[in-house]
Design a protein around this ligand. Structure first.
Ligand SMILES: Cc1cc2nc3c(=O)[nH]c(=O)nc-3n(C[C@H](O)[C@H](O)[C@H](O)COP(=O)(O)OP(=O)(O)OC[C@H]3O[C@@H](n4cnc5c(N)ncnc54)[C@H](O)[C@@H]3O)c2cc1C
Length: 384
């Protein structure tokens, strides 16, 4: 089945980009044109550099165009836990991701970036079905209170949520989007300013040269913007990033307005958003299928999809009919902080967003540009 987000008219009308067919010389080459790679291209052309961008497939056809579309401020761990693990730089990251939502909204418009806020729900919508769920929901709610305290202490907006979905917290500054539309919208805006190529996988990346089957790019600065499967493009990162599969589905329309904004529940593991037509886009279960999902395969699987269907039912509050199922690769780091690292002279790689790269990816892209061009140290909320 195709990706649910691709039904968007802007996506279906995407004209495509050429395949590289010769040797090109540029100031910089960006490998990977998801949300992060496109942010790197934008930063480089804004500095007046000539840029070649290469993607192995269609722009944004990796996780950047297949994800939940949540624009949640903050690091991959809830802020109170992130502060315990990584210190006060987590608060800097929270503020930087809030600014990134503003930036995306200014670039793409409020019809693409919807400032809806988000709801963190304790447990799934509906009544708990056993004692274990009751206990877990109480613990989840207590954790919401701990998060609220840290957010308020840092003057970040948060409200209690007690509504028809259950109980939790509402974060009014968060947003939602169709991720495929975001990627293609950015690529369309950049195409006149940079040489962008699709279906042009890099087969080898050396200092100064990116090799493909049908051409090469010679550039003193090479930025590798791949989240999942980064270690396949750069085997030297094998021990530092690890690829996991995350799966989703979308449904036929259910009662519109059931989800007023993106909702993530059960400690954030299960999530859904609903579009204006009532279609639900649902994912989750990462904690339930840990071992089987450490894979570079991107085919949806029966067991995970069955689990997500149950989540979709709970989110919708009524039976659902699945219309699309898909999966994509993301990168995880042992450290829990995203990686932004010079792996060879003039070659900077960034990725490993631990499941949450929509906002952090562009920040990593700009940190990579500052490292490569200005020699600036990366912020503490990244690891090198
Ligand atoms: C199901 C799912 C749900 C998610 N939900 C959310 C969410 O709601 N919010 C959130 O913030 N994050 C979410 N994420 C994570 C988020 O999607 C990613 O962290 C983010 O999209 C990474 O973007 P990227 O541009 O860094 O990498 P990618 O999207 O992985 O893009 C990398 C690009 O590089 C290309 N590429 C790979 N190898 C090569 C090569 N050798 N040569 C050339 N090109 C190559 C790929 O084709 C791809 O287009 C989710 C991920 C998944 C899979």
């Amino acid at each position: 089945m195709t990706v649910g987000w691709d039904a968007d008219p802007v996506v279906t009308a995407w004209p495509g980009l050429p395949r590289i067919d010769r040797t090109l010389i540029a100031d910089a080459c960006v490998v990977g044109l998801g949300g992060s790679g496109l942010a790197a291209v934008a930063e480089l052309v804004d500095r007046g550099l000539s840029v070649v961008g290469l993607d192995a497939g269609r722009v944004g056809a990796g996780a950047a165009g297949r994800n939940g579309g949540f624009l949640l401020a903050g690091p991959s761990a809830f802020l109170h836990r992130a502060v315990d693990i990584w210190g006060s730089s987590s608060i800097d990251l929270y503020r930087a991701t809030l600014a990134e939502i503003d930036r995306l909204e200014a670039l793409l418009g409020p019809h693409v970036i919807r400032r809806s806020g988000s709801i963190r729900l304790a447990g799934l919508p509906g009544e708990p079905v056993n004692d274990a769920q009751i206990t877990d929901r109480e613990a989840d709610l207590a954790d919401c209170a701990r998060l609220t305290a840290v957010l308020r202490a840092n003057c970040i907006a948060v409200e209690d949520y007690d509504g028809n979905l259950g109980r939790g917290i509402f974060l009014p500054d968060d947003a939602a989007m169709n991720p495929a539309r975001r990627s293609l919208g950015l690529a369309a805006a950049l195409a006149p300013r940079a040489a962008l190529y699709e279906h042009s996988p890099a087969v080898r990346i050396d200092s100064g040269t990116v090799h493909t089957e049908s051409g090469q790019v010679c550039a003193p600065v090479i930025l590798v913007a791949i989240d999942g499967k980064l270690e396949l493009a750069l085997p030297e990162l094998g021990g530092r990033v690890r690829t996991a599969r995350l799966q989703m589905l979308s449904t036929q329309p259910v009662s519109p307005g059931r989800l007023p904004c993106p909702v993530y529940c059960r400690w954030g593991y299960d999530y859904a958003q609903q579009d204006v037509d009532g279609r639900m886009f649902v994912g989750g279960g990462r904690d339930r299928f840990i071992d089987s999902e450490w894979t570079t395969d991107t085919a949806p699987t029966h067991d995970v999809q069955r689990y997500i269907e149950d989540v979709a039912h709970r989110m919708a509050g009524e039976p659902v009919t699945v219309s699309n199922r898909w999966a994509a690769s993301v990168g995880y780091t042992d450290d829990g902080r995203p990686l932004c690292s010079e792996v060879a002279k003039g070659v900077v790689a960034f990725g490993g967003y631990n499941g949450t790269g929509n906002l952090v990816g562009p920040l990593a892209a700009r940190a990579a540009v500052a490292l490569a061009l200005d020699g600036l140290a990366i912020p503490d909320y990244f690891c090198d």
